[in-house]
Design a binder for this molecule. Sequence first.
Ligand code: IPD
Ligand code: CA
Ligand code: CA
Length: 269
Amino acid sequence: MSSIDDIHHFATELAEKAGDLIVELRSMQRLNVDFKAGIELVTNADIAADKLISDAIRARFPDHRILAEESAPDIAAIADTSTPLWIIDPIDGTVNYAHHHPQVAISIAYAERGKVQTGVVYNPFQAELFSAIRGQGSWLNDQPLRVSALHELNRALIATGFPYNKKPVLPLLMSRLQAVLENCADVRRLGSAALDICWVAMGRLDAYYETVSPWDCAAAVLIAREAGAKCGHFMPVPEHMPEELCGENLLISTPALYNDLQEILQAAS
Ligand code: IPD
Ligand code: CA
Ligand code: CA
């Protein structure tokens, strides 16, 4: 039996190793870019980092299940809460990665009974390692994290993102964006959902909303919650999904702004 500290340490080491790998592949100009379903960008580094992480988990914890964006992307895995589940995004911010932008992370979460127990989000291009252990706090490198203390929505800086396949939902996305933009100071689209949420955790942003997949948000949501953020959904969570692993209609916010933002997003939906 491994303790949660051991698992946290193991996940941190894995994220750092995968980080070294993706930095090296990019610096050697050895990127092959492909498109999943014709639109969703993926590189050889996404596949290589996924393999490095998944192989290491399988070798150490053969009984655990893995949900990983590139090698095991069946989201139905989150509905089974009977055995431990690892949730992995080998590169969050692939478009940034392929365009040589620095807002890129590796995200690794470990869940038991549908709840994330420890999570790591590592940006190897900025040497920023965000992590959390349930009930013990969250950290950037070894500094404890705390959300912003902002109370005025009209001063808030809010991040969001858009799906690859945006055409069918564009009017809805624009309606929400307009409503949020009308009420806050400004909006950012930084390109990595995991880092957006970690940036709320540390106060660089005041809130974040978007619909994403479990691997984009599982680790970061624990990091934000442990830093004092209010983490939830602005629309009802589908019945079969464990709430904490559901990335649909996510709203992560400093506590004072949550209810107003939830209302604004609901009214615009
Ligand atoms: C994407 C990023 C982006 C978000 C997209 C995600 P990927 O993940 O997190 O910020 O807006 O919805 O799919 O494809 O770079 O792993
Ligand atoms: Ca992602
Ligand atoms: Ca990814």
